[in-house]
Write a protein that binds this ligand. Structure first.
Ligand SMILES: [Zn+2]
Length: 240
């Protein structure tokens, strides 16, 4: 991390989040209310830095106000609550559109997309719907920000930068095992992971991240080795 960026984060981290922003988190970010006090404070600090540091752009008639900026920043901060914002260093732009959209060349609706260059598109209605039900394993914002964590090392390959060399081998073994099982359509996995995760390794990681945060107890019970790899990466034990 460039020293000036570190200095800026230091400065921002020590300038408390505006009261209005903390209020937005209390009102519109349900998962924040469930956090212990110390974690909530850290979420507020990371959210505050992310919201000020990144460029938010409204498109297709979307107007980006403080609520949009703060809610989306909180979803990004959630993933790195026990890591650090350096995972988002490549992220420079968050494009927000009002509703899911359809590409001219595609059949299905798109609620978000992440690009390797560091930009992400999010449909605001999908972000809100994802937050409204925190236990269904569907969360557009977590999904797209997981892609950006994955791409931080330059590749959408389902493996973000792990903290120790020794973590890669068990990670690869466990991810591959569950990815293949999902592809084969094993029922046990379906209780926890959306089938969309069978698309490729990158989608598997993004879908597994949604489930890790929203269906943590089920994941821990049904696929404890998968839960353990994600716990070790995120340094967080949401099922505890
Ligand atoms: Zn995806």
């Amino acid at each position: 991390m460039a020293w000036w960026r570190r200095a800026r984060r230091w400065w921002l981290g020590r300038h408390p989040i505006p009261d209005a922003w903390a209020q937005i988190i209390d009102d519109d970010v349900p998962f924040a209310a469930a956090l212990p006090a110390a974690e909530r404070e850290r979420l507020l600090a990371l959210t505050s830095v992310f919201a000020r540091e990144k460029r938010f752009v409204g498109a297709a008639g979307m107007e980006v106000d403080d609520r949009v900026r703060v809610v989306i920043s909180a979803t990004a901060a959630r993933l790195v609550l026990h890591l650090h914002l350096g995972y988002y260093d490549r992220v420079y732009e968050i494009v927000v559109v009002p509703e899911p959209y359809r590409r001219p060349d595609q059949e299905h609706w798109v609620a978000g997309e992440a690009h390797a260059g560091g930009s992400v598109v999010l449909a605001w209605s999908a972000v809100v719907a994802g937050l409204a039900n925190p236990f269904d394993g569907r969360d557009t914002a977590s999904h797209e920000f997981a892609h950006l964590l994955d791409a931080e090392d330059g590749a959408f390959d389902g493996t973000p930068t792990l903290r120790a060399l020794g973590h890669y081998r068990p990670w690869a073994t466990v991810m591959d095992h569950h990815f293949r099982a999902l592809r084969r359509g094993r029922k046990r996995r379906h209780k926890v992971l959306r089938h969309y995760g069978a698309t490729n390794e990158a989608e598997f990681f993004a879908v597994a991240t949604e489930a890790f945060f929203e269906k943590s107890s089920q994941m821990k019970r049904h696929t404890p080795d998968l839960y353990e790899e994600l716990r070790r990466f995120y340094r967080h034990d949401p099922a505890a």
